[in-house]
Ligand binder design. Structure first.
Ligand code: NAD
Length: 263
């Protein structure tokens, strides 16, 4: 299937590694031009070089911290200056830290709200005028399977991410007349640095080995394995494409069957 992504301009947030990087790769393979961003300039530039060398698409790496509101405005201005438009926005950021409710302090909550919710609000708000003008857009919000089934020990994610889903649904209604679709993607467990860190953390807490924790986790995934980030990237590329033009206001779990609820 030809996805119709050639020469579309995509801004993929938090994309130097992990799921964001996999999304950037999959869009580039379909011929989209990219702006990628993350905090670490060196790692980000290496990712941009990798993508450029293999796919030949234009990739601009712009280093920013997604908790900085002014830098987000700068990022969108730069994207529009560089390409004159932005067709696709994929919001993403590092995950909030694990922790039980009683351990988390005021500052943990404030920082996580900035990273997990406000970065999404700011990125999305800043791209809407350009998308409205061209009467076409794809906004895809990164969430987590935790919005469908809370995950033990991930209080901040369980509590803050549902706000992103509320935003996704509300915006999908408001932006539909301008042919802008808004959806959320909810990964289960993919093999990335974030998940490795969570496994290590849980192993330490429960005094079990990392291998045992991983085995226990995989036993809850019907497909019997963690996802490969590429599998996530392909799904997002479809949602970002011309072909997904009638899909909006939906939250998709991509989780190997991990979530046990009906919806
Ligand atoms: P990762 O740690 O592998 O990658 C995170 C990316 O975000 C990196 O590029 C990092 O540089 C960037 N980043 C982190 N903080 C940033 C900041 N303040 N400003 C700019 N960039 C920043 O994580 P991942 O596994 O790819 O996860 C991405 C998101 O998806 C996270 O929010 C995570 O919680 C969520 N998620 C992941 C999984 C999974 O299976 N991997 C499951 C559910 C939810």
């Amino acid at each position: 299937m030809e996805l119709g992504l050639k020469n579309k301009v995509a801004l993929v947030a938090a994309s130097s590694r992990g799921l964001g990087k996999a999304v950037a790769w999959s869009l580039a393979r379909e011929g989209a031009k990219l702006v990628i961003c993350a905090r670490n300039k060196k790692v980000l530039e290496e990712t941009a070089d990798e993508i450029l060398m293999e796919t030949g698409v234009t990739v601009f790496p712009l280093a920013i911290d997604l908790t900085d509101a002014e830098r987000i405005d700068w990022l969108i201005r730069e994207t529009l200056d560089l390409f004159g438009k932005v067709d696709i926005l994929v919001t993403n950021a590092g995950g909030p830290p694990p922790g039980d409710f009683i351990e988390l302090n005021e500052n943990d909550w404030k920082k996580s709200i900035e990273l997990t919710l406000m970065s999404v609000v700011r990125l999305t708000r800043a791209v809407i005028p350009a998308m409205k003008e061209q009467k076409w857009g794809r906004i895809i919000h990164m969430a987590s399977a935790s919005v469908k089934q809370p995950i033990q020990g991930l209080f901040l994610s369980n509590a803050i991410r549902p706000a992103v889903i509320g935003l996704t649904k509300s915006l999908s209604q408001e932006l539909a007349p301008d042919q802008i679709t808004v959806n959320a993607v909810c990964p289960g467990y993919f093999s990335t640095n974030r998940v490795k860190e969570l496994l290590r953390n849980k192993a330490k807490q429960s005094k079990k080995s990392v291998e045992q924790i991983e085995k226990d986790l995989i036993s809850q995934i019907p497909l019997g394995r963690m996802g490969n980030p590429e599998e996530f990237g392909y799904f997002v590329a479809f949602l970002a494409s011309e072909r997904a033009g009638y899909v909006t206001g939906t939250s998709f779990q991509i989780d190997g069957g991990f979530v046990k609820g009906l919806m």
